[in-house]
Design a binder for this molecule. Structure first.
Ligand code: ADE
Length: 416
């Protein structure tokens, strides 16, 4: 299979969409210009399993400019922008394997198409590519230099592999870079999740009781934005420090068993499974809406909801299904998959600029020298480069330490 996309004729629209995102991705553009001169990825085959969006298109263009032979597949069956997939394949010479709405079998067939290109480098968002290679294509491992991982869920899976001694090549945890999670997870997820909910439902957020499950960076961002729009925000947590943080940020914290009774809108962002289960659906109000912005569709237990429902109406409107449970209806958005990417366009380009510049530079770092198999942090130098370039692109200047201040901070002589 050379590529697999929905429709070649969408390419023109995709080119415009990619150019629109590129306007806001100036850090990545600077990395691309350097890569085009220096070709740090020359002779490398790079397989990328990422959300196929306009922002990702600008990342894979950068990797190709760096000399890599790049192949792309989707990291989620519902997040693909078909026009972007067409443009990448037919206008940018980046064969893409992704069709919005593809079933699980096709999703993995596409990942296997990437693997058949015999990659030297991998780029993942959720670790499906790396885990498939480790489970089914061990023969390729000796030639793989390493990979990068974009998201919290993927890093958790990789660390579990490393702990088991199962990880056989090095992977950089891009998600754990400050230039990624402090901005993308917080401001990106915060805004794009609300965007997805609003595009799907057109509801007014003001006055709604919004239950946020999980108070990591994504949960914090979403809670902050929902609060800003006038919602009455409740947080559920399992980590005492995060629960306390949510309380001091001004939110009510309670167990999901309690929150289920009062919420109008529920959004899961925990990275864990079974956050909303049968007993919660049973106590929800008529008209409650549930959605997820965590990586996998395991947070809302839809099997439980189906078992309670006497009817499921999938024709309510795009990205909204009504589950009839006795006399009440519970609305599920985007089939419990990432609502921000399925019902909207994912995070805006300006924040993906930092994540993807970090990705590109981490990929250059891993390609330079073969490291031992482990999960690696993004080198601080890369984080500083990305932050400095972003500040410069925004026209923002900051202070510098004087020599004296530097000496004061690095000494211990001065006290009271
Ligand atoms: N993850 C969240 N938003 C995204 C976007 N716009 N492109 C790629 N990956 C994303």
């Amino acid at each position: 299979m050379n590529f697999d996309i929905k429709e070649k004729s969408l390419a023109g629209k995709g080119v415009k969409r990619i150019a629109w995102a590129d306007r806001d991705m100036s850090v990545l553009a600077q990395v691309r210009a350097r890569f085009a001169k220096e070709k740090p990825l020359k002779d490398k085959v790079l397989a990328a399993c990422l959300h196929v969006t306009a922002e990702t298109a600008n990342l894979v263009r950068t990797l190709k400019a760096g000399g890599a032979d790049v192949y792309l597949s989707a990291s989620n069956p519902l997040s693909t922008q078909d026009d972007v997939a067409a443009a990448l394949t037919h206008e940018f010479g980046i064969p893409t394997f992704a069709i919005k709405g593809e079933d699980t079998k096709t999703f993995f067939k596409h990942i296997k198409a990437l693997i058949s290109k015999k990659p030297h480098l991998t780029m993942d968002d959720g670790a499906d590519l790396v885990t498939t290679i480790h489970k089914e294509h061990k023969d390729l491992i000796p030639q793989i230099f390493g990979g990068t991982e974009e998201t919290t869920t993927g890093v958790i899976r990789l660390r579990a592999m490393a702990k088991d001694g199962a990880l056989k090549f090095p992977v950089v945890a891009v998600n754990d870079a400050k230039t990624k999670n402090m901005f993308d997870n917080r401001y990106g997820t915060g805004q794009s999740t609300l965007d997805g909910i609003i595009r799907a439902t057109d509801i007014l957020i003001a006055g709604k009781t919004v239950v946020v499950a999980g108070y990591g960076w994504c949960g914090k961002g979403f809670a902050m934005r929902a609060d800003g729009m006038g919602a009455n925000v409740i947080v559920t947590e399992i980590d005492p420090v995060k629960a306390l943080e949510a309380v001091m940020d001004g939110f009510r914290v309670m167990p999901m068993d309690e929150a289920a009774k009062v919420g109008d809108l529920f959004c899961t962002v925990t990275g864990n499974k079974d956050v909303i289960v049968k007993k919660h659906f049973q106590s929800m109000k008529d008209g409650a809406m549930v959605c997820n912005s965590g990586h996998f569709d395991v947070e809302i237990n839809l099997k439980d909801l189906k078992s309670l429902a006497n009817k499921v109406d999938t024709s309510v409107r795009a990205n909204v299904d009504a589950y009839h449970v006795g006399k009440k209806k519970i609305f599920v958005l985007a089939e419990g998959r990432l609502v921000n990417l399925a019902a909207a366009e994912g995070h805006p380009a300006s924040v993906m600029d930092m994540s993807f510049a970090t990705q590109a530079l981490a990929c250059e770092w891993i390609a330079k020298k073969k490291q031992a198999p482990a999960v690696y942090d993004v080198p601080l130098e890369i984080e500083n480069t990305v932050s400095n370039l972003k500040l410069a692109s925004m026209g923002i200047k900051m202070d510098k330490l004087t020599k004296d201040q530097h000496a004061y901070l690095s000494g211990w002589q001065h006290g009271t």
